[in-house]
Ligand binder design. Structure first.
Ligand code: ADP
Ligand code: ASP
Ligand code: MG
Length: 412
């Protein structure tokens, strides 16, 4: 007998029929003799709807009440799932984050899990109960409900798997695993059998939303084997696990894109020491993460400074930066929300030259203008106009030989 955590995403629990299908799969696992913890998302579209409502109520809603509202979608699905399982004759109970004591910090909207008190869950599992836990939510030291950032149910599942020392964490979604790029925009995308924690971490943080980045951090830290697969088929999925020798052979392992960022440019900033801190400190004090930063060379002691933030922070960031610009006597602030970041990811890039120039060449041939560039040891990211996202992904995917028909070593 093993302990298995199964997480089902929004599309998999999008209506009662789908919830019942998932319940059958859960019951089958339990009837095979396993202890099962089920983690659920809200029905697809529900969290977006709730976020939109909070924005109607308040221009800057993020805080205690925001989490109170946007965490409710999961309460509905866990209740319905437990009811379906009970109707099938199974012992099942739904639990909210605070009931299984998923303790987080108090960063509303993007809280981090600090600890999980597993006694209650362990006792329920021992008595033969299938525990159906609300994903995406926790509780802080003050007893207030928190949420873990969009896509956070993945993190709930992996964190529970780590805390319970589960044998496996299965992430059921609407695609059959992790692919070389998003299979919904590139028909040629190839499913990977295995992917290392590090590469998945990079892919997730660069936009492959199939797993929330923090869930991969947890998986890596506690060495939780994570199997990503579809709730709509029985196809074998992708195992996210420790790197093995075969994995290093691939130079480029995937192409990702992120449409959730916006670009802010401050024009004619005085070029002198201390300016960067004046610009970026107020943003960090407002808990706004800055991603890429580009500063131009200086002309007559002035320069332009461009950076990206997540779209959800854009309005707040613009407000702060306009105030800063007035103080430092910059000429103007220009915002642009129609951008996308496209990235080429691969551990093998460490030891291969020419990836950057090939990327720029491929994009130039398609007439795609590159607005910003950033590189690390194992990735190259470019910011382009959002309308070129799909095209850029497809041509890069093909140029780096990642497609189905290419003779590239299968990972794993
Ligand atoms: P869920 O609601 O199940 O959590 P998500 O929408 O969060 O599902 O994540 C699954 C989606 O991730 C897929 O439908 C796919 O469009 C997208 N995706 C992006 N990049 C990849 C990738 N490399 N491999 C698989 N799916 C990806
Ligand atoms: N329902 C939440 C969201 O849409 C959490 C999740 O789906 O993982 O972000
Ligand atoms: Mg998700």
């Amino acid at each position: 007998m093993s302990l298995i955590v199964q997480k089902y995403g929004g599309t998999s629990v999008g209506n009662i029929e789908r919830i019942r299908n998932v319940a059958r799969r859960v019951a089958r696992t339990a009837n095979e003799g396993h202890e099962v913890v089920v983690v659920l998302s809200a029905m697809s579209g529900e969290t977006n709807r709730l976020v939109a409502l909070t924005l109607e109520a308040n221009e800057f809603p993020i805080g205690r009440e925001y989490d109170l509202v946007i965490s409710t979608g999961e309460q509905v699905t866990i209740g319905l799932m437990a009811l379906c399982l009970q109707e099938m004759g199974m012992k099942a109970k739904g639990f909210l984050g605070h009931q299984v004591a998923i303790i987080t910090d108090s960063q509303f909207g993007s809280a981090r899990i600090e600890s999980i008190e597993t006694e209650r869950l362990v006792a329920e599992l021992k008595s033969g109960v299938i525990a159906v836990v609300a994903g995406f939510q926790g509780v802080d030291a003050g007893g207030d409900i928190t949420t873990l950032g969009r896509g956070g149910s993945d993190t709930t599942a992996v964190a529970l798997a780590a805390a319970l020392k589960a044998d496996l964490c299965e992430i059921y979604t609407d695609v059959e695993g992790i692919y070389t790029t998003d299979p919904n925009i590139c028909a040629d995308a190839r499913k990977l059998k295995k992917v290392s924690y590090d590469e998945m971490l990079e892919m997730a943080s660069l936009g492959a939303k199939v797993l929330q980045t923090r869930s991969v951090e947890f998986a890596k830290k506690y060495e939780v084997p994570v199997l990503v697969r579809s709730s709509f088929s029985d196809a074998g999925g992708t195992l996210v696990c420790k790197e093995d020798k075969d994995m290093e052979k691939v130079v480029v392992s995937g192409i990702t894109y992120n449409k959730d960022e916006a670009k802010i440019s401050i024009i004619r900033v005085p070029d002198r020491p201390g300016i960067a801190v004046k610009v970026f400190r107020p943003l960090s004090e407002a808990a706004i993460n800055v991603d890429m930063i580009v500063q131009n060379i200086s002309h007559d002691a002035h320069t332009d400074l461009t950076f990206t933030v997540s779209k959800s922070d854009y309005k707040k960031a613009m407000k702060i930066i306009k105030e800063v610009a007035a103080v430092i006597e910059a000429k103007d602030v220009i915002g642009d929300t129609s951008i996308a970041k496209v990235s080429i990811v691969g551990a093998g890039m460490r030891s291969h030259a020419g990836i950057a120039s090939k990327t720029f060449d491929v994009l130039a041939k398609e007439g795609i203008n590159i607005q910003m560039i950033s590189t690390s040891e194992i990735k190259i990211s470019v910011v382009v106009d959002v309308k070129y996202t799909e095209l850029a992904v497809r041509v890069l995917h093909e140029a780096f030989g990642l497609g189905k028909d290419e003779v590239v070593e299968e990972k794993g």
